[in-house]
Design a protein around this ligand. Structure first.
Ligand code: GRF
Length: 194
């Protein structure tokens, strides 16, 4: 087993689009002894993403890229990741779809967190759909990213109870709390066999 400490830690980029609570949580996790990752950079498609403040606060390099449909910036993004020697990408509330070519380049090295018990409720508006369908449980999933939306191999999941008087906001909040436990656990699981 390789000891992933200090400079040996896996160089990781976190991709965000919004609030960045998972980013903040991953930054905190990266500072623990048992963490196999170091966060080299934060990438966002949204220059107004609140989460970018965490990159600033923790002095992590951040970069905004336009993720357009024609993937015009893809080479620039790949070059930036290469320059930072990024090995692992963690998507954390990142709202753009990565191209097939991009995913191929990082094959098996892109993780995503999704706020449902996949394969149920892929895509957007998960919490409202869960409530509308009177589900008793929801939860969150960390999975590998492949070219189909929210469909890659599942790494770990956590369940959350749905209450009778729930609304999507309350449920989202409870799921998010579990996400913050799940993402680090999933990363440890992925790299525990090295
Ligand atoms: C999380 O619920 C994540 O699962 C989903 O978007 C939300 C992002 O939250 N993909 P945050 O930006 O990490 O706070």
């Amino acid at each position: 087993m390789v000891k992933l400490t200090g400079k040996n830690r896996i160089k990781t980029a976190v991709f965000i689009s919004g609030a960045g609570s998972n980013l903040k949580n991953l930054i905190k996790f990266s500072k623990y002894n048992k963490s196999p990752i170091q966060i080299k950079c934060v990438i966002s498609d949204n220059k107004y993403a609140k989460g970018l403040n965490y990159a600033k606060k923790f002095k992590i390099e951040k970069k905004i890229f336009k993720f357009d449909k024609e993937n015009k910036n893809e080479k620039k993004i790949l070059d930036f990741l290469k320059k930072n020697q990024v090995f692992l990408i963690c998507l954390a509330g990142f709202m753009k779809i990565l191209s097939k070519n991009f995913i191929k380049k990082f094959n098996g090295k892109i993780l995503n967190i999704h706020p449902s018990l996949l394969p149920k409720y892929k895509g957007l508006n998960t919490h409202q759909r869960v409530i509308d369908n009177n589900e008793k449980f929801s939860g969150c999933t960390v999975h590998f990213v492949n070219s189909k939306l929210d469909s890659g191999k599942i790494i770990l999941q956590k369940k959350v109870k749905v209450f009778k008087n729930d609304n999507s906001k309350l449920l989202a909040k409870r799921v998010l709390k579990k996400e913050h436990i799940l993402y680090p656990e999933a990363i440890i699981k992925v790299f525990s066999n090295l």
